[in-house]
Design a protein around this ligand. Sequence first.
Ligand code: FAD
Length: 403
Amino acid sequence: MCAITAAARGRKVLVLERANKVGKKILMSGGGRCNFTNLHITPDRFISANPHFCKSALSRFTQWDFIDRVEKHGVEYFEKETVNGLSGQLFCRESSKLIVAMLMDECLKAGVEIRLNCEIVNLVHREGCWSIGAGGETSTQPGRATGDGFRLTTNQGVFTSAALVVAAGGLSVPSLGGSAIGYELAERFGLRTLPTRAGLVPFTLTDTMKDVCGRLSGISTEVQLATSSQGFREDLLFTHRGLSGPAALQLSSYWSPGEHIHANLLPDQQVPELLLEWKQQNPKTLLRTQLDRLLPRKLVRELENLYWPDLAETSLAEWPNARLESASRQLQAWPIKPAGTEGYRTAEVTLGGIDTRELSSKTMESAISGLFFIGEILDVTGHLGGFNFQWAWSSGFVAGQSV
Ligand SMILES: Cc1cc2nc3c(=O)[nH]c(=O)nc-3n(C[C@H](O)[C@H](O)[C@H](O)COP(=O)(O)OP(=O)(O)OC[C@H]3O[C@@H](n4cnc5c(N)ncnc54)[C@H](O)[C@@H]3O)c2cc1C
């Protein structure tokens, strides 16, 4: 997006891409259909130490601007439906390939040159020098000053430029291009970075809960999943390793190691009142018979084994009210302590990154004149649902207008 915008302004643009093809994450995203934006983009759907930073770029290149391009290129799309209605999430009807094709087409028309399989070996600028040693480690080496510009040595030759835009993404999914190069480069130039961690990532569990999840693997149910500070009402998916699905992915971006999470398995119900009502109106039935009408049967069996095995065959009339109350707490705030997350191997995004205080929110330019950073590499992380691509488009656009 940055290359297209800059080239359309008459700038000579060269994109250096390490991978053997462009847009690998776009291709893999949204199950191959790329959730390219969301109809409800608002700054509060982004996590950052400075929540105001994203506002300018998001308002100057909005979801409607991207949708406009998608429509101009004849890419058909649809809004994902959820149990609660429409989600605002827009997906390609056919394939993610059409988004890459659209961007490539615009690059071609604007005259952008793209080099694939391009490894950056060394970067020299009067403010700093960065290079990759034979083992891949970074080191400072004496470099030749290049006036105000940048001199990049790559496996495909040496390139000089007045400006350099770093759009190397975060650490997530190394097989799709995730790398630390952008953070290292920023640090080498004396720019501050904030600690990174995996976001939008499944939780892992150990011991009893891992066994429970394993037995429930493949089952999904709508919950309100929360930490002490944040909650999401979405589907929760049990897997052999732990918890996934939109509810777990969203919450993972707010979770701190060691913290408990709580699942409200019946978010539409006043559970204490409901259980008492069942006791009064259906005194001869078992709790599981009633719960089976509202929750997956296998899940009900697991809860029964965990929390009320002694009352499993006891009709509701015989249940002490205190036990009904504790069952309602377990159903409304099922406490789960994740052991961790699956980490960068499967995380959709990297939280943290380049401190936004180092950049202009209007242009994405850093204090080093001509050095820009855009996209996921910044400490701006969207919720699940097309927000991260929109941040990539918006930040890329504003940098492209100024570079
Ligand atoms: C599996 C998966 C699914 C996703 N699905 C969605 C979704 O549906 N909707 C959504 O909004 N977001 C989604 N995301 C998040 C989204 O893909 C990213 O936030 C977005 O791609 C970030 O864009 P970017 O340009 O900053 O970085 P990237 O898209 O990661 O691009 C960085 C590029 O830099 C290249 N690079 C890295 N190191 C070097 C180097 N040393 N030299 C040269 N090039 C280098 C990489 O090869 C890559 O092409 C998904 C992420 C993953 C992993």
